[in-house]
Design a binder for this molecule. Structure first.
Ligand code: COA
Length: 161
């Protein structure tokens, strides 16, 4: 059974693999690294932080002691503006509702904190993720041409509460 819980530092090595393998499914030769990031790198990105301006949190989906999905989100506290920083589900586990479970954990986090709006972005070469975000309530607010890669547009997505 898959369950979702808050990220712990000891999850970092597995989380690195989840992000590497899941992003590779659509980035392919555009990946910046040819191996998962070191655990310390991922721990720095995913660990819980809070200051007067920003709260950042990550959740993982776990099945039989294995991390099969991860999400990192934050909230600019004075602005009520959230960001879904990144989400990934292990390719063999995609399409089973795990992404939605991770989104729900983030959604609870935002709802408990008077969030106004959440933003994220998705590449035009990743239509499956766009469908996923739309199923979570996001809509395309703008499209940036030739953004991170030549010839690849980037959709800016918004979810209003
Ligand atoms: C995008 C991603 C996180 C979705 O996670 P998932 O566990 O596969 O998604 P779920 O099974 O929870 O699906 C939730 C909804 O999204 C839709 N969806 C998910 N992937 C889809 C796809 N490839 N094509 C069409 N619809 C898709 C599902 O149909 C489902 O719709 P419903 O709730 O109306 O039934 C996952 O596929 C992934 O890790 N992709 C690679 C990494 C990535 O693209 N990250 C985002 C970068 S911007």
């Amino acid at each position: 059974m898959v369950s979702v819980r808050e990220f712990k530092p000891e999850d970092a090595a597995q989380a690195s693999v989840v992000f590497f393998e899941s992003f590779k499914t659509y980035l392919k030769e555009r990946m910046e690294t040819d191996a998962p990031r070191p655990a310390e790198y991922t721990e720095n990105l995913m660990r819980y932080t809070i200051n007067e301006d920003c709260e950042s949190i990550s959740f993982v989906a776990e099945e039989d002691g294995r991390i099969v999905g991860c999400i990192t989100v934050n909230l600019a506290l004075k602005r009520g503006l959230g960001c879904l920083v990144r989400i990934g589900v292990m390719p063999g586990n995609a399409g089973k509702g795990i992404g939605k479970m991770l989104f729900r954990a983030a959604d609870d986090f935002w709802k408990k904190r008077q969030t106004r709006k959440v933003r994220t972005c998705v590449s035009s070469i990743n239509p499956g993720a766009l469908k996923f975000y739309e199923s979570c309530g996001f809509h395309v607010e703008a499209t940036l041409k030739d953004h991170f890669f030549p010839g690849v547009d980037e959709h800016q997505l918004a979810l209003f509460y």
